[in-house]
Design a protein around this ligand. Sequence first.
Ligand SMILES: Cc1cc2nc3c(=O)[nH]c(=O)nc-3n(C[C@H](O)[C@H](O)[C@H](O)COP(=O)(O)OP(=O)(O)OC[C@H]3O[C@@H](n4cnc5c(N)ncnc54)[C@H](O)[C@@H]3O)c2cc1C
Length: 482
Amino acid sequence: MPYDVVVVGAGIVGTSIARELSKYGISIALVDKEPDFGWGATKANSAIVHAGYDDEPHTLKSHLCARGNALFEKLCMEVDAPFERNGSLVVAFDSEDEKRVEELYERGLKNCVPMLRVIEKRELLEREPNINEEARCALFAPSAAITIPYELTIGLAENAIANGVEVFLDTKVIGAEEKEEKVTLITDKGRIESSYVVNAAGLYADEISKLFGYDGFSVTPRRGEYFLFDKKFRPLVNSTIFPAPTEKGKGILVAKTCEDIMLIGPNSRDLKAEEKENTETTQEGLREVFDGAKKLVPDIEKARRHVIKNFAGNRPQSSTKDFIIEQKERLINVAGMQSPGLTAAPAIAEYVAEMLKYNMSMKKKESFNPIRKRIRAFREMSNEERKKAIKEEPLYGHIVCRCEYVSEAEIVEAIKRGARTLDGVKFRTRCSMGRCQGGFDLPFVVEIISRETGMSAKEILKNSKGSEVIKAYNKELLKEEK
Ligand SMILES: Cc1cc2nc3c(=O)[nH]c(=O)nc-3n(C[C@H](O)[C@H](O)[C@H](O)COP(=O)(O)OP(=O)(O)OC[C@H]3O[C@@H](n4cnc5c(N)ncnc54)[C@H](O)[C@@H]3O)c2cc1C
């Protein structure tokens, strides 16, 4: 039977749309080329739920960012994803910056951003004692927040599945045919038929659109690099701190994450269209990030030894510079989702549902259940709760990840919920996210995935195709392979 709607792309935008559509009595499929949810731009970004003062009024970005911010907290509560409204500050160091701050304030008022105000140096230093003392004033947006995008994406996907959405992972869309009342997506695993296709394919949204014969826009990667610090080094900021923006974007920020870890970045580098998968970090780029962050918070220098990871993400930048949400016959393009695409995702999902209502009958279903629970984390339990958990499930008593205190029970639960790769386990449990970055726990996780799924250890991937982690088990096998 054909689906009513197939969503291509299971990042934050695609899963938000699939979950929103699952409120209605229609059949929906969600397709992604990767073996898990949220492995595109969604897994590597600043994780800020923006207040909405950055974008030009009357653009899709400004409208959907403000609405997305308003919807975000409830959504995170429903699917049990992290959310903290800790505010943001745009700091001015000279008169040019002060002008930019004033402009952003005016723009924020036009975009209906609540509680926005410009604060003087004294209040800024009270709020952020580690800020550079040369700061003059700042734009304070109390409605800005932080989340964990991959956790939210997994939560939305699980909730969508519980409400009837069918998921096809590891399934790449390579062609499309439109005939009469029907669209056929051709994938590397077979054909999927539907009445409508929503194209939320991130960096590849232009290529999916071309499969349908529409080439009105292009999407190019704009890379941003980051440093993440050890959780033992307390974040030097309470809210998200931005410099005054430039034509290249919002600038290098200093932020604390929902796990109370410090994050700095991103810089902004345009890559060639064919470099969509290039998320390498560079010495030059990382230096730029460190210097940019130091200008805001000079004590970052003390944190240098506490870096545990650097990484990069590619923004899907559209040739129109705004979000593209448009209908072309039976295709709805949802493209160019660069920042604030994460913030706007809940609003984008509402918008797409409203568009589809013009095309087919969509009645709300009474059986929709908005609630999903994340995996119970051993590290968050009290000692009493831990004793009880171990009594009920002895695997809680085996700590696999010593940095993040993740038990075997959590890893087994992640696998039951669909994780088949090391990153799949990592993004559901935080196993391997600490200081050792998997150096200690990786062999155990491979063994557990293999035991629980029957996969051979050599088949287990870190993440995408070609990222096998085990070449052979012992010297004999190595010899055999030679
Ligand atoms: C450096 C950086 C910082 C950012 N900071 C913020 C921020 O702080 N706040 C904010 O609001 N936004 C931020 N953003 C923007 C935000 O990350 C994106 O807008 C958002 O993640 C886009 O989500 P998406 O679902 O559209 O794309 P993606 O997450 O890229 O998902 C697209 C999916 O489509 C799949 N796909 C592609 N081609 C095919 C195919 N042929 N067949 C099947 N599947 C396919 C991919 O595998 C992928 O999973 C930032 C982005 C970057 C890169």
